[in-house]
Design a protein around this ligand. Structure first.
Ligand code: ATP
Length: 345
């Protein structure tokens, strides 16, 4: 029977659906009135499943429609956020591309840290308490807040002052502050590295790289330092866009080694491991070491920077390959080889 590739209309849905169509699949988007515009205007969806609001995504009737379409869901960041991790793990009975069990390992900071550390990747130094701060640190808070309220400081005194100020402004609660995560501030250049692990080929592919375009920090740095001081602004790191980037070629062995290590360790810790797209968000320091501050265990939003292919994905087959199309191609290959169980959960 015909397979439909489906996802929630948000995040990376445009190239997931476009890629699926290019590989000959039928496509469906789950959407709400008003948010369907991009999928209609770019004509990437064959079918529309309308819900009243995104939080209804996990409802039984939506799952029913998806099963009737013989759908394979491609989960992305927004899909997981609206469906909820518990639902994704236990109640969403539609075949899903990738290993749904690994999603918790990117969502919970402790699990994420364990997987990255045990993979042997370089991470920012972690501080257990504000009393230990002995140099520039980045302070993060729990929840999918997109970098709001995050701040940089260099001492316990500065930490206390900033926390007090952010509390007064209503940006942070006592509970947030209790759970503050303090890590070394890595001064370097940002590379978010998008990999694809193919279980069928048993190979990690480098699909593309982006760097983040964040508000208001990327606007703040355009203000002369003396004016910044007078303006008394709080920095925030809310993602607003992505910029494609390439890394100096001599760093590529390190890039591949990082992807290979993570895939090997994930097979051990969360079998069957990392399947399909994943992303390592890193900062390259002056010693040319890539320090990883975050991981996505599914398609990352930064892949939107190469919907028409990246410098790297082009190298494989000389074609403009997006991450969305790469996913669809793996599904198509698995169907041909009768190995679909290897890539869905
Ligand atoms: P995401 O939506 O990607 O999960 P998040 O809210 O978890 O974002 P991070 O990605 O951890 O936030 O951090 C937001 C931004 O802060 C990063 O893109 C980067 O610019 C900066 N950043 C994070 N960690 C560090 C660090 N250790 N040193 C320097 N800058 C950092």
């Amino acid at each position: 029977d015909e397979i439909t590739i489906a996802t929630l209309g948000s995040h990376t849905a445009l190239h997931i659906l476009k890629g699926a169509k290019l590989e000959g699949f039928s496509t469906a988007v789950i959407t709400v009135k008003g948010r369907d515009v991009p999928y209609k205007r770019f004509k990437v969806a064959d079918k529309y499943i309308y819900i009243d609001n995104f939080a209804d995504i996990s409802k039984e009737e939506v799952q029913e429609k998806l099963r009737e379409m013989n759908a394979i869901i491609v989960p992305h960041g927004s899909f997981i956020a609206y469906c909820g991790l518990d639902n994704v793990e236990n109640n969403f009975r539609v075949p899903m591309f990738g290993n749904r069990k690994i999603l918790r390992w990117e969502a919970e900071r402790d699990l994420e840290g364990k997987l990255l550390r045990e993979s042997g990747l370089r991470l920012p130094k972690k501080y257990n308490s504000p009393d230990e701060i002995d140099g520039p640190v980045m302070v993060k808070f729990p929840g999918a807040r997109g970098g709001k309220g995050y701040f940089v400081c260099s001492s316990k005194e500065e930490f206390d002052a900033k926390v007090k100020q952010l509390k007064e402004k209503g940006i942070l609660t006592d509970e947030d502050i209790e759970k503050a995560h303090i890590e070394e501030y890595v001064v370097g250049t940002n590379f978010c590295i998008h990999y694809f692990y193919s279980p069928l080929k048993d190979e990690v592919e480098l699909m593309g790289m982006d760097r983040r375009y964040e508000s208001n920090i990327d606007g703040l740095v355009r203000i002369p330092a003396k004016d910044q001081l007078e303006m008394d602004l709080n920095a925030s790191y809310v993602i607003t866009g992505n910029i494609p980037v390439v890394i100096r070629e001599s760093l590529l062995p390190q890039v591949f080694e990082m992807g290979d290590k993570l895939v090997a360790k994930a097979k051990e810790i969360v079998p069957p491991g990392m399947i399909g797209p994943f992303c390592l968000q890193s900062l390259c320091n002056e010693n040319l070491e890539l320090v990883v501050f975050e991981m996505s265990a599914r398609i990352d939003g930064g892949t939107n920077s190469f919907m028409n292919g990246s410098a790297y994905s082009f190298l494989y087959h000389g074609e403009p390959l997006s991450m969305g199309q790469r996913i669809a191609r793996e599904i198509r290959m698995a169907l041909e080889l009768d190995m679909i169980d290897k890539i869905i959960s």
